[in-house]
Design a protein around this ligand. Structure first.
Ligand code: NAD
Length: 479
């Protein structure tokens, strides 16, 4: 299929098989894309040992030298973007154009952190005692473990590996079981770029707990960087407590998207379409709860229905398609259950509400519900599908109150033309990232991350490198 198809684990610069394997399926067709080696305990320990051995030499390189290697890796990623995108569409289902966008987005983190690698400074502290000098400086934290989800199989790794390597860390990555091929292709390009053996290791597995238990408890691993569900994040954080590992947690969201009565409604619909249907709604920053001021709801819904009716659903290989299949049967079951439950509880189904069996078992129709209530499951849980669930509100205070009444706080969006309202609402919404009159908030220069149970730490931005560094304070006496 592509010269970058790899089906073995990548440890210490070598491609390694075990006697166990698992299948990777194409969600558009249910066909087996590849059969991949399953990492066992011995291979997991070997990967940690390799990362530990590679750490010293990697840390000793000048930041500029590490940056040069990362730049070379980024160059190869972009040179192979069409192959990488084809592999991603095959294992994940998203349209090719979106897959290409994800490769470019992932590469932008390499670009960002090659620059950041060369701009890591310490601070000389005010002299407190005669004859003494103190400063603190940042240094790479050590061996890192990364556990990543299937919805962005390339970018979620790029967002972790680029700052980790830039900071002088080495890394062991466990990609999601549904999408290991994008990760393994990245490893091949790392090798081709001259990243030394052991600096990047990839452990595919369909038994995440086996590998995860070792990564989160092994004393040589100093940090876990995780993207995935809040439930698994909490569990992994508890496991990391035994050796007090540093953690970065990019977890689930339940983003509010608020349309105020003074919004430009056409712009609001465009922003909502942009952030709702990317990746068939399977994104952590997807608008999950749409709040519309009751006075503008009829116009807003009319505009939205027109846009929804234009959506083309099908195989990601078809260039005319807007979104592809959901990842697996469990995802279809969850979306169907949430929609059914909402209707049973009194919501009105205006469009969709069914799978598209003629396309394949994992395709779901663009769906629009109104009359959703905050107490319904569809408003309490991540839908992770192509469903717009609309609640109405009477005034700003009510919108903010319901928007904040969930335990998570990743992204939030609102639309208004009123500058004072922008100031007010921005201060009050409880989330790590806000999009105002836009549905596109994720860029390497932005601080990506959540508050409340959506996580700990930030990826990208000038803050991102520090997630992979520790501070060392140094004092010289007797000067
Ligand atoms: P998930 O939590 O089920 O899985 C994420 C990763 O954890 C996978 O690699 C999986 O194999 C691994 N895993 C699961 N159980 C494990 C265990 N016991 N030990 C070790 N590893 C284990 O999440 P998912 O379904 O793959 O991804 C969807 C979730 O990810 C959603 O909640 C979404 O919001 C979240 N997400 C968050 C961000 C963010 O940046 N905040 C980005 C993308 C996705």
């Amino acid at each position: 299929m592509t010269s970058l198809l790899r089906t073995q684990a990548f440890v210490n610069g070598q491609w390694i098989s075990t006697d166990q394997h698992f299948n990777v399926y194409n969600p558009a067709t249910s066909a087996v894309v590849a059969t991949v080696t399953q990492a066992d305990s011995a291979l997991t320990l070997a990967a940690i040992a390799a990362a530990e051995q590679a750490l010293g030499p990697w840390q000793q390189l000048l930041p500029k030298q590490r940056a040069e290697l990362l730049r070379q890796w980024q160059h190869l990623i972009l040179a192979h973007q069409h192959e990488l995108a084809a592999l991603m569409t095959a294992e994940q289902g998203k349209p090719l154009a979106e897959a290409l966008g994800e490769i470019e987005y992932g590469a932008s983190y390499f670009d960002w952190f090659t620059g950041e690698a060369e701009r890591s400074y310490g601070t000389l502290l005010a002299q407190g005692q005669e004859g003494q000098k103190s400063w603190y400086q940042a240094q790479g934290i050590g061996v890192c473990a990364a556990i990543t989800p299937w919805n962005f199989p390339h970018a979620m790794i790029a967002r972790k590996v680029a700052p980790a390597l830039a900071a002088g860390c080495t890394i062991v990555i466990k990609p999601a079981e549904a999408t290991p091929l994008s990760a393994l292709a990245l490893a091949q390009l790392a090798q081709d770029a001259g990243i030394p053996a052991g600096v990047v290791n990839i452990l595919p597995t369909a038994d995440p707990a086996l590998v995860g238990d070792i990564l989160t408890t092994h004393p040589s691993v100093k940090k876990l960087t995780f993207t995935g569900s809040t439930k698994v994040g909490k569990q992994l954080m508890a496991q990391c407590a035994s050796t007090l590992k540093k953690v970065s947690m990019e977890l689930g969201g339940n983003a509010p998207f608020i349309v105020f009565d003074d919004a430009d409604l056409e712009l609001a619909v465009q922003a909502l379409m942009q952030c709702k249907f990317r990746n068939a709604g399977q994104t952590c920053v997807s608008a999950n709860r749409v709040f519309v001021d009751a006075s503008v709801q009829p116009q807003f819904i009319a505009l939205l229905k027109t846009e929804l009716s234009k959506l083309n659903v099908g195989s990601g290989l078809d260039p005319s398609v807007d979104y592809g299949p959901l990842i697996n049967q469990a995802a279809i079951d969850k979306v169907s259950t949430l929609v059914r439950d909402a209707v049973q509880q009194g919501a009105t189904l205006l469009m969709g509400g069914h799978s598209l069996a003629e396309q394949g078992p994992l395709f779901y129709a663009p769906t629009l519900l109104t009359g959703v209530m905050a107490s319904m499951r569809i408003a309490q849980e991540e839908i992770f599908g192509p469903v717009i669930a609309v609640q109405s509100f009477q005034d700003e205070a009510e919108a903010i109150q319901i928007a904040n009444a969930v335990p998570v706080g990743l992204a939030g969006y609102f639309c208004t033309e009123n500058y004072r309202r922008i100031e007010r609402v921005s201060q009050q919404l409880e989330c790590g990232m806000l999009g105002i009159n836009t549905g596109a908030i994720s860029h390497a220069y932005n601080a990506f991350g959540g508050v409340k149970e959506s996580g700990i730490g930030r990826e990208g931005s000038p803050l991102g490198l520090a997630e992979y560094q520790e501070i060392k304070n140094i004092t010289i006496g007797d000067l």
